[in-house]
Design a binder for this molecule. Structure first.
Ligand SMILES: Nc1ncnc2c1ncn2[C@@H]1O[C@H](COP(=O)(O)OP(=O)(O)O)[C@@H](O)[C@H]1O
Ligand SMILES: [Mg+2]
Length: 338
């Protein structure tokens, strides 16, 4: 499968009162054609900044892209002019944000908002764009699309608005869809409907998806691969199966232990991850998770661990998994007697 997005060594900071926030610190990952990748992690871990940097939506200043490259469909996005970038946004890469009200224009009918991109990017005539807009609204499950197309966003419920945003994001058949906490603002039942809709559409259209969420639970259903972020860095990546069945980073294990599971005994308590993430104005010298980690060793305080491959598809940034730190046969008593 072809790689559609390749992010390498991305570092982004913000100049704020009191210092410089190191929001994203050397993030590298890629997304293949048709793949659904989740980026998970607690609030403040740098997920949104990563997404907004890919879309070049970071205000500079106060933001600054210090290092790295973002190659999308063979094009280096960081070297494009704003005008060239506008052709990528909403056309080749679609976006869905947490709050549909912030991405919809309250003064324009939803039909007009869907038609805009179709006329601008796809050069459809007004009538062709209208026909397509009605198709898109029906596709995302909005009943009576022919009449609802001339209504304004405030006529729609929260869940219906997010469906409109999805219709806009998909209007130009983007190669990549970035959904940043798309269901966080919605009721749980509506959340499930929207996620199912996104999953169905993704399978139909073969669009690649980056789904950003703080909730590992919603990943289980939707994604092929998971990227775990903590304090501006990627700490673990793997297939969904690897992350859920065989997590390696103490932080990933912590996230999973704080989730309700079907196979859990009734009296087995959920275990939160105690403590708070580090201050990114003064990021820790060693592993970002060190101060909250039960298994921390002295080296964790002083040195950032490198990414270690666990399998062809799983990598982890943890000293416990360093090739020379893993338990050896000698440790387990099976080795030669010393
Ligand atoms: N515009 C901004 N100005 C200053 N700091 C910011 C800005 N945007 C994000 N940050 C900081 O960058 C860090 C990462 O934020 P973010 O990517 O939004 O986290 P997440 O999406 O994982 O919750 C946080 O410490 C946040 O306060
Ligand atoms: Mg966010």
């Amino acid at each position: 499968m072809k790689t559609i997005l390749d992010v390498q060594d991305l570092s982004v900071s913000f100049d704020v009162y009191g210092g410089v926030v190191q929001a994203v610190r050397g993030v590298s990952f890629s997304v293949k054609e048709g793949e659904a990748v989740a980026i998970v992690g607690e609030s403040g871990s740098g997920k949104s900044v990563t997404a907004q940097t890919i879309m070049r939506l970071i205000a500079t200043p106060p933001g600054k892209i210090n290092r790295g490259s973002i190659v999308f469909d063979g094009q280096d996005l960081l070297s494009l002019s704003e005008k060239e970038m506008q052709k990528v946004r909403g056309n080749k890469i679609g976006m869905i944000f947490q709050d549909p009200m912030t991405s919809l224009n309250p003064t324009m009918t939803v039909g007009k908002q869907i038609m805009e991109g179709l006329m601008k990017h796809q050069r459809l005539s007004r009538s062709a764009a209208k026909k397509r807009a009605i198709e898109l609204l029906s596709m995302v499950g909005i009943p009576h699309a022919e009449s609802r197309i001339s209504q304004y966003p405030h006529h729609f419920s929260g869940g219906m608005r997010q469906r409109v945003v999805i219709a806009i994001a998909l209007a130009c058949n983007p190669a990549l869809l970035i959904a940043d906490e798309p269901t966080t603002a919605l009721d749980v039942t509506i959340q499930a409907q929207i996620l199912r809709l996104m999953k169905d559409l993704q399978q139909q259209t073969k669009t690649s998806i980056i789904l950003i969420t703080h909730d590992l639970g919603i990943v289980a259903d939707m994604c092929d691969r998971v990227i775990v972020m903590y304090a501006g860095q990627i700490v673990e990546t793997g297939t969904k199966r690897e992350i859920f069945r065989n997590p390696q980073h103490p932080y990933t294990k912590g996230l999973l232990n704080s989730l309700p599971r079907l196979d859990q005994a009734k009296d087995e308590p959920l275990v939160p991850i105690y403590g708070t993430p580090p201050d990114l104005i003064k990021p820790p010298q060693g592993c970002g998770f060190c101060s909250r980690c039960d298994e921390a060793m002295r080296i964790c305080e002083t040195d950032v661990p490198e990414m270690t491959a666990i399998s062809d598809t799983q990598t982890v940034r943890c000293w416990l998994q360093h090739v020379r730190a893993r338990p050896t046969e000698m440790d387990s008593g099976k080795g030669a007697s010393a």
